[in-house]
Design a protein around this ligand. Structure first.
Ligand SMILES: *Cc1c(COP(=O)(O)O)cnc(C)c1O
Length: 820
């Protein structure tokens, strides 16, 4: 993050750290993640106890060059020449330092909270006010207990306005955020259901959020939403807006759509004022009104506000990862550019291991608060730090400072058009390309030119949701229980290395694939985690060993095969996993074979048993609980015998997704997470447990036809409309994985938020849906499944399970990965 300067001595004093200073240092960067270290010489690493204990990563940070640490206990590992400041609570110390920093500046600060819309409102206010103010704000949605201090740390004396959002998930979190942000004006965006599970009731949640405003003079909010909390308002003054009540300060009484823009009229201080915004959806309208109200509070003229609102542009915090031309991978972040989001995007680029070459295409950066010289100096340093191989700068300003960029392959172009014309000269091939541009540079054109063309159907994979789900299951594990993630069948249809890469970054312990080829593909794209192969074929043992993949051994034949192979190749102590059949009767050693197996294992030096495991057949189903218990008993008996025979310990595991929560006592040393990662757990309805569906399947309309009642539709004349109406032909068929069973009204798709049935048979590449009652046009998007219209619902419609729906989506369907 952009920096402030303190000496390490000052920091020690501020946070009341114990321990000697062994090296003088300037602290400008606060670090909390050893994988994302920049400017280590001036970095201060906080060993936070999150889901993983930051103390475990001190050495990694040290190896990256960091020499100053805030820790909670003495380090066994003697790292020479490093400062260790010992504190009671490292997170608290981070807060104290940020709060200290904040108090040194006397700038106006707007604090934003609410259930939804915080980031959009913050970014829109930035768009609206950047012309007159030198603004500091949270990068992206860094609004947590860790994100807020890092954001506040960026305040410099040049800033005259801070806009900070604060997000909480449970009681007792807001006071600390308030103390760092210290807003003078508060904005409460929207009250919704997000994080309800962290609070006893809605009221508790609202009151906790209100704490952000306890020292603010004024609070801006939607009158209609907080009617019930009138008595609890935390500020002496309020500014309200409403679409229903004249009592509000800003009363929006008329709303219409004119030429694809949203036109609103309102009453304010007895006068009629108006606003036109380039968005039509409900959430955007609400957020825009919040911004409108804020601008009025700040004293802007109504006419000036109207002018600025009309130019609001979409805010995308998403990084999109997709396949590019010539075997490139594209990271698309073409909608915003400032130095902090550049840093985040570069970190993400560095996470990608599938190609050697890393390329950055970057436009001029519009950033208030820094001299251009300093700005591009910092950008150049960052590009060097992050070891970018190929740099392409677009814009007059960045071109002016091209000498700063100390990099062999660099190219500069005055504008996007020129780059587009010369694109083929750059010979992109087999590289990861980060595209990062300010809005006005229209880098989406570059992104389109470099991306693989799709046929209109794509599956979006939300990597944030995936991480959320991973962390959800992690939070259910007993201490020290390891996590293996099943990425077989292209990670249940979601992707190969893209998913494995995220899991590796998230530091899961193990991956598992079904076949050797799948494991080889992961190794070739840079996955170094241990990988178990469930069903290895003897013919490919050499490839398996070459790529350091660990076989599941499930029978004597297989054990023989592998031992013979190991003997011939002179391999010893090769890691293997023994599978016990406790009731699935698919693969594995059976009860009566265990004693023989033990005899065999006693003096075998070719293999090393890394784990002994079994698989539950119905861990989600209460009616089979007695059988599940029986499986566990059999498993325990087997591994005890094996442990005795081997004389050493191995990892024990039996839980799949549903068992993690339903059978916690069976977590042993490791669990194997599968479908839960994608947000589906047969043992409980997902909306109740904070899981998020990861995949969205989208297609689009090729043609719309008006048809009279009774006219038949599609192959074999099975489809018919009951009354005159219209149908839409969409670009998905059974070859894409939308099975024929969905035909003739069994399946439903979402069009403009309306569920509509299929009509007639599903064809190979297309099918028809009944859109008689929906206002649609050709080219419109159609959702096959998403968070609201879930995979579990589709599975029920055709009498199958979510696993089959997901893994059926064919390779022809383009996968796009989102990361926020
Ligand atoms: C696929 C698989 C899992 C994961 O099962 P989920 O129900 O998707 O969690 C676990 N163990 C084995 C052996 C598997 O084949």
């Amino acid at each position: 993050m952009l920096s402030s300067l303190y000496s390490i001595k000052e920091v020690r004093q501020i946070i009341n750290g114990q321990g000697p200073i062994v090296r003088e240092a300037t602290v400008s960067v606060l670090l909390t993640d050893s994988r994302r270290v920049i400017n280590p010489a001036e970095g201060l690493f906080f060993a936070l106890r999150g889901r993983r204990d930051g103390h475990d990563f001190i050495r990694e940070a040290y190896n990256a060059g960091v020499r100053s640490f805030v820790v909670e206990h003495e380090q066994d590992d003697r790292l020479s020449g490093a400062n260790f400041l010992k504190v009671e609570d490292a997170l608290q110390a981070l807060h104290t330092l940020a709060a200290y920093h904040r108090k040194r500046f006397d700038l106006q600060v707007i604090g934003i909270t609410g259930s939804n819309g915080k980031t959009i409102v913050k970014e829109w206010l930035y768009q609206l006010l950047a012309a007159d103010k030198n603004i500091v704000r949270n990068p992206k949605s860094y609004n947590s207990q860790v994100g807020v201090p890092l954001s506040v740390w960026q305040i410099t004396k040049d800033n005259d306005l801070g806009i900070f959002e604060a997000g909480i998930s449970t009681v007792g979190e807001m006071d600390a955020l308030e103390n760092m942000i210290k807003p003078s004006i508060g904005i409460f965006t929207h009250l919704g259901t997000a994080h309800d599970e962290g609070f006893a009731n809605r009221r508790e949640k609202v009151l906790e959020k209100f704490k952000l405003f306890k020292h603010a003079g004024l609070m801006i909010y939607n009158y209609d939403q907080l009617l019930d909390y009138k008595k609890d308002l935390p500020t002496p003054k309020q500014f309200t807006w409403s679409r229903k009540s004249r009592e509000a300060d800003l009363y929006v009484f008329s709303e219409t759509v004119i030429a694809k823009k949203y036109y609103m009229r309102a009453r304010y201080q007895g006068k009629e004022i108006e606003a036109l915004i380039p968005f039509l959806d409900e959430a955007s309208v609400e957020n825009a009104i919040t911004c409108w109200a804020t601008m009025l509070v700040l004293g802007y003229e109504a006419a000036e506000i109207d002018k600025r609102l009309e130019h609001l542009s979409a805010v995308s915090m998403r990084l999109e990862l997709k396949n590019g031309i010539n075997d490139c991978t594209i990271i698309d972040d073409s909608y915003n550019s400032d130095i902090n989001s550049l840093e985040i995007a570069l970190n993400y680029l560095n996470q990608q291991k599938q190609h050697q070459t890393k390329t950055l295409i970057l436009s001029d950066i519009y950033q208030s608060g820094l001299k251009q010289e300093d700005l591009y100096r910092q950008v150049a340093d960052m590009v060097k730090d992050k070891k970018i191989d190929k740099f392409i700068g677009v814009g007059e300003a960045i071109s002016k400072y091209q000498d700063y960029f100390d990099i062999l392959k660099k190219h500069f172009y005055p504008d996007t058009q020129t780059l587009l014309k010369r694109l083929s000269d750059l010979e992109f091939s087999g590289e990861t390309i980060l595209i990062k541009g300010s809005r006005s540079f229209e880098f989406e054109r570059i992104s389109r030119a470099l991306s693989q063309k799709a046929h209109g159907t794509q599956m979006e994979v939300n990597l944030n949701a995936m991480i959320n789900n991973l962390n959800f299951y992690r939070s259910k594990l007993y201490p020290n229980v390891k996590m293996m993630v099943m990425v077989k069948a292209s990670s249940y249809g979601s992707g190969t290395f893209e998913i494995a890469n995220v899991l590796q970054y998230a530091k899961v312990d193990y991956l598992a694939v079904a076949y050797i080829d799948e494991g080889v593909a992961l190794r070739e794209s840079g996955i170094t985690l241990p990988i178990m192969v469930l069903n290895p074929e003897a013919a490919a043992f050499d490839k398996m060993v070459e790529h350091n993949l660990e076989p599941e051994i499930y029978s004597f034949n297989m054990l023989d095969d592998f031992v013979r192979f190991a003997y011939q190749q002179d391999i010893s102590h090769y890691p293997v996993h023994l599978k016990i059949d406790t009731g699935m009767h698919r693969l594995g050693f059976e009860d009566h074979e265990i004693d023989t197996l033990c005899d065999f294992l006693e003096d075998i030096r070719y293999i090393r048993v890394k784990s002994v495991f079994s698989h539950l057949v119905a861990s989600d189903a209460p009616e089979h609980d007695a059988f599940t218990l029986k499986q566990m008993k059999r498993y325990e008996k087997a591994y005890l015998k094996i442990e005795q025979a081997l004389g050493y310990k191995f990892i024990r595991h039996i839980c799949n997704t549903s068992a993690i929560i339903r059978w916690p006592m069976a977590q042993y040393d490791m669990v194997r997470l599968g479908i839960g990662l994608y947000g589906v757990d047969a043992a409980m309805p997902s909306h109740l447990n904070g899981l998020q569906q990861v995949a969205t399947l989208k297609t689009s309309i090729s043609q719309i036809k008006r048809l009279p009642a009774g006219e038949t539709i599609g192959y074999s004349r099975l489809g018919k409309l009951n009354k005159d109406g219209k149908i839409a032909t969409v670009r998905i068929g059974y070859a894409d994985g939308y099975l024929r069973a969905f035909g003739n009204g069994v399946g439903k798709m979402l069009v403009k938020n309306t569920l509509v049935p299929t009509v007639g048979n599903i064809a190979m590449d297309m099918c028809m849906i009944d859109v008689s009652d929906v206002d649609v046009k050709e080219g419109d998007e159609v959702i096959v499944f998403n968070e609201k219209h879930g995979i579990d619902v589709l599975a029920k419609q055709i009498g199958t399970i979510p696993y089959e729906i997901l893994t059926n989506i064919s390779q022809r369907v383009k996968r796009v990965y989102f990361y926020e």
